[in-house]
Design a binder for this molecule. Sequence first.
Ligand code: 9WN
Length: 467
Amino acid sequence: MKNAEGNKQYLKVKAQAEKVLENNLYEVTLNGKKYRRTVPSKEFYVHQWNWDSATHAMGLIHVDEQRAYEELLALVSGQWTNGMIAQITFNPKETKYFPGPQFWGTEKFATGEIVTSGITQPPLLAISVNYLWKKAKDRKKVQEFVKQILPAVIKYHYFLKNYHDPENSGLVSAVHPWECGEDNSPRWDLPLEKIKLDEIPDKVKILVNKYRSDDKLGDASHRPGMDDYYRYMYLVQLYQDWDWDYHTIVKESPFLVKDVLFNSIWCKANESLAELLSDSGSQDQAKIFADYAEQTRLALRKLWDPETQIFTDLDVAQGKSVRIKENSVANFTTLLAGVPEDGQLDVLLDKLTDPAQFWPAYPVPTTALSDGKFSLTKYWRGPTWPINDFLIIEGLSRYRNNPRCRKIFADLLDKTLEMITKNGFFEYFDPTNGLARPGKEIDASLGFGSFSWTAAIFLYLMAKKGD
Ligand code: 9WN
């Protein structure tokens, strides 16, 4: 959609995107203070999610600067004393989401009334703060905001480094598929299979059978399976039993992975934090995080598997180190961290633009179309997610001196905007036709509709197009 008519259409959708974010605003008073958070979807995801919120702020900055700041300040409000910023910060009056606050055993880590889950999510926060810093028009306000939020961001990065990479490998470990953000990706099949269902205590299964709610709201066949949920909640139970002690969790957990996507974001986040610190005149501290970034980039390069020609995740649970050779979208997120060089870059771009693998009508699918595990509708096992497109578009812009990258960047940007314009703000899309549900009317969704992540990414990409 490149003509004037198309541009008019985009402007209409932009207004709709703003409306979605407005409708998904949730106001709550905790510890005597008012917070304004954006929930991913009022239909189900009624709390605040970590990497969703970091993205929401990057869309909101283009429409309401104050709200973008409040979104991130609300996100860090529940930071644990060890520095952890959680995957979910709960809205106390909401009950429809499972697992809600009562299933985590995290009350004693709460900041007063601000209760959270016990794990984190891909650390987009510093990337988001740096973006706000660069884009805000009111320079005085953004300066105050950065000053206010920086200590929490620094503490979060030390948490990730010290507790999730205690061996100082440069790669942080993720302790739960929910922590990785792409929960039921085929990449976690192998590590999860090792948790045998008959090892999982009955009380965990009973709890899941009784309280699981996501599969009652949408089409259950799109969601992770029951066996996945038993394992997810088993890990939550184990970590509660270990009192959320991350030294123990990282040492003993049956699930521990070095996730390529998580670490690519981690690398870029450290670069962003270094930039922020350097702009605030803290050169010495900036150097620490620039070094973290460089260490991670080098470690990611070593994940290149010559046989499959993929940057592979590692299963590192309980002292082992096994490559996970899945042909997934995570491979391309390494662009964000400037990982692929010369020969690898071409191989990566060939894969990305191959219509039989990752370049159908509406790229980029979460799993290669040619892969036996590809599914048109199953959550993170095939559909196209705007968040992945956003990460890859950002990654490609890093390689803007390369003509091929520039071309793919422009094409992917247009295709993502077009996909959302044609269909609306769904959680994810059918990559083969861009519809929200194959063969059905558009109102039957893939995931939930009026989704904040998709709306925020639309706003972000519109701004990117104009840059
Ligand atoms: C568990 C909110 C979140 C996203 C995740 C996505 C989904 C939750 C769930 O929704 O996960 O965190 O219950 O399925 O997988 O990436 O942050 O949008």
